[in-house]
Design a protein around this ligand. Structure first.
Ligand code: S3P
Length: 434
């Protein structure tokens, strides 16, 4: 079902809010808890369609998962070899993380599996995981051009690999490491640009011996995962929309509670500060082994920057929001080294550029980025291309645009941020369905 939004001019934004749990951590928590021996409790689980798809798939694979209340799961782990094959294809919905990490989990199992996804996921590149897994001995067939559906043939013995990732991708790294759990010998992954290390941290928390540092992780097969409880911090990527919104709406002051600040996720914080944003961290602490803090953000005048290329992997999901900040900043913001944006839930460079142009902002596209000349956003109609982060970014744009911004195809916001509209309204944004 298609849902459109209209986002209109907002007065100063104000309030104290908590955004939902981290998507990356929620996926991994279900997966590792399912593969562990014993019963694990997950608190702060993201009730999004993506992470629910992962939970549903493990239920299909024979894992008992209870939901005593929202944002909590009790997972009765079956051990590394306790999954059983599902009779039907496993539906990953819109979620690249679900599909790519599952490839790693299922490549070494005794049974066959088929992974399918929605229209967007069915266009996304999977060779980046099927190739290294094939080098480990897995047998995975894909659709033409290396896209889903993926058919994983069970019963193939895996061997460890020393793999240098050709793209900065935590999903690829994680798929290889998860396959490495069931492989003979050592598996090592090296990356030129370090990516989020949640899989490594969580494997250690579940008792699997692993050595890791930024850009490198190494483990050996033949151990066991032991159940443990996981506390999921608030998702920085969801907080990002409100960080930008309060930065650009005059007179705003917001407090975002207990936001996850893993250094591999917070590139946007650095980029916004380089642009002149006023964002302060209060009460830094640890939650579930992750650094968190309350973020206080106030309106500030922003200026365009050349986004440092070394920040790109640390803010890869935040570019749609950054593009909106750039659209109202003084001067030009240049992004490069971000070709990966073209293979996300949509081609985020093309879709953001098209939308911003419709709102009167000059944007020049390059193969790996864009130049955005800040100005005055006009009202108008834009298409999110079914991409959750683009829908939410244009909702933020509407708060400062001269007229209402009508955003097409917003239903997929439920994949990562159910309740976005209610929270946005609670702080004073004027977002309405229809
Ligand atoms: C994710 C890794 C990133 C990110 C995605 C979540 C993860 O994807 O964009 O939203 O949980 O590992 P890539 O691995 O494709 O960079």
């Amino acid at each position: 079902m298609s849902i459109d939004w209209t986002s209109s001019h907002a007065p100063a934004l104000a309030g104290e809010i908590a955004v939902p749990g981290d998507k990356s951590i929620s996926h991994r928590a279900i997966m590792l808890a399912a593969l562990a021996e014993g019963c694990s409790r997950i608190d702060g689980f993201l009730e999004g369609e993506d992470t629910r798809a992962t939970a549903r798939i493990f239920a299909d694979l024979g894992v008992r998962i209870e939901t005593p209340n929202a944002s909590r799961r009790i997972v009765h782990g079956v051990g590394l070899h306790g999954l059983r094959g599902a009779a039907r294809p496993l539906d990953c919905g819109n979620s690249g993380t679900c599909m790519r990490l599952l490839c790693g989990v299922l490549a070494g199992q005794a049974f066959d599996s088929t992974l399918v996804g929605d229209e967007s996921l069915s266009r996304r590149p999977m060779r980046r995981v099927t190739e290294p897994l094939a080098a480990m001995g897995a047998r995975i067939d894909s659709g033409e051009g290396g896209v889903p559906p993926l058919r994983i043939a069970g019963g193939h013995r895996l061997r460890g690999i020393d793999y240098i990732t050709p793209v900065a991708s935590a999903q690829v790294k994680s798929a290889v490491l998860l396959a490495g759990l069931q492989a003979d010998g050592e598996t090592e992954v090296r990356e030129a640009h370090p990516t989020r290390d949640y899989t490594e941290r969580m494997l250690a928390a579940f008792g699997w011996p692993i050595a890791f540092e930024p850009g490198r992780a190494r483990l050996a097969g033949g151990h066991r995962l032991r159940a443990t409880d996981v506390v999921v911090p608030a998702d920085f990527s969801s907080a990002a929309f409100f960080l930008v919104a309060a930065s650009i709406v005059p007179g705003s002051r917001l407090l975002l509670r207990a936001v996850g600040l893993n250094p591999r996720r917070t590139g946007l914080l650095q980029a916004l500060r380089l642009m002149g944003a006023d964002i302060r961290e209060h009460a830094p602490r640890e939650l579930g082994g992750e650094p968190v803090a309350d973020l206080e953000v106030r309106h500030a005048r922003l200026r365009g920057i050349d986004v440092p290329v070394e920040l790109v992997p640390d803010m890869i999901d935040e570019f749609p929001a950054l593009f909106v900040a750039a659209a109202v900043a003084d001067g030009i913001t240049r992004v490069r080294g971000a070709a990966e944006l073209r293979v996300k839930e949509s081609d985020r460079i093309a879709v953001m550029a098209a939308g911003l142009r419709r709102l009167g902002i000059p944007v020049e596209e390059t193969p790996d980025g864009a130049s955005i000349t800040g100005g005055r956003l006009a009202g108008g109609e834009v298409d999110s291309a079914g991409d959750h982060r683009i829908a939410m970014s244009f909702a933020v744009a509407g708060a400062v645009a001269a007229g209402p911004v009508r955003i097409g195809d917003c239903a997929n916001v439920a994949t990562s941020f159910p309740g976005f509209v209610d929270l946005a309204r609670a702080i004073g944004m004027a977002v309405a369905e229809g």
